[in-house]
Write a new protein. Structure first.
Length: 302
């Protein structure tokens, strides 16, 4: 099955972009001929809980450095290929070590509130915006990046609220921030005026979280987002840590949202002993601005 999935992907890759060649010393590394784009193909079957498990060989990742490169994750019955730009995670790999077999261990989780990539000893990263061939198109034509605007803190809150609303959640945004939302980016949506019952111990902390997704018709909090536009990432992690420690049964999706230049800072801060001890390092996700924009563009109603 793995070879069949890989063969189908390579055939479609050739149809769209022309000749493709395999790189030496690897069965999984390919380069689009007449370009310098390299693609690292990984496959997993779907396990219980809609999770996929992958090994990323250190020797293969080294061959991606210095090139416009993508890691392509494939699995059975996948609607669209998943492309992860290697440059976005290069420093993450450089600041961690592979397992004893020379591989970085990766997992992908298909969740109702977003697809996530987990890299062992590094953290969780929201990758919902990385589905589809358009991610490879953007790499082949960097001018497309001009279509992604510079986004402010309030605009990111607007997009995250809209994504949650499109996915059927109720939305909490702090009352002081609501008049700053940018309705040129999305359809208007209503925000909850009160938080769910049952979280009195952390109510004051929850009220300050930038965006919260709440399961409609229940008191279940599904996701919390802290947008760290200019504030220290550490402050958002501390807020999440307080919530996690006081209400460990809550178990929502924790996401720090920032620009790509702060990804490595997120990894360093999240791996501080205090967050390892509490277990937050296994729960918290990094979500990049461009990913938010792509996620919103992909699911917004036409």
């Amino acid at each position: 099955m793995a070879n069949d999935i890989k063969k189908l992907f390579l055939n479609e890759l050739r149809r769209r972009y022309g000749s493709v060649r395999k790189l030496d010393k690897s069965q999984s590394l390919f380069e689009i001929v007449n370009s310098s784009i390299r693609i690292y193909i990984r496959y997993s079957r779907v396990h219980r809980g809609f999770a996929m498990f992958y090994g990323l060989r250190y020797e293969d990742l080294i061959q991606l450095e210095g090139y416009p490169s993508l890691i392509c994750f494939l699995w059975d019955n996948q609607a669209e290929p998943l492309f992860i730009p290697y440059s976005d995670y290069e420093e993450v790999f450089q600041t961690s070590s592979p397992a004893s077999d020379g591989q970085y261990k990766a997992k992908i989780f298909l969740e109702d509130d977003g697809t996530e990539l987990y890299l062992a000893r590094s953290g969780r990263f929201n990758i919902e915006g990385n589905f589809g061939w358009n991610n490879l198109d953007m790499l082949t034509d960097s001018s497309n990046l001009k279509n992604i605007p510079e986004l402010s803190h309030s605009q990111i809150q607007t997009l995250l609220g809209a994504i949650g609303k499109y996915k059927g959640f109720d939305i909490w945004i702090p009352s002081n921030d609501r008049n700053k939302l940018d309705w040129t980016l999305s359809n208007r949506f209503d925000c909850c005026n009160i938080l769910p019952f049952g979280f009195e111990e952390v109510k004051k902390i929850l009220q300050e979280v930038d965006v919260i997704w709440i399961q409609r018709g229940s008191n279940q909090i599904r996701a919390l987002f802290e947008v760290e536009h200019s504030t220290p990432i550490y402050s958002g992690l501390l807020r999440f840590n307080d919530i996690h420690l006081v209400a460990p049964d809550l178990k929502p999706r924790f996401s720090v949202v920032s620009n790509d230049t702060r990804r490595s800072l997120f990894v360093r801060q999240l791996n501080r002993p205090t967050f390892q001890s509490s277990g937050l390092n296994e729960l918290c996700t990094f979500l990049e601005y461009v990913n938010v924009f792509g996620w919103h563009s992909r699911i917004k109603p036409i």
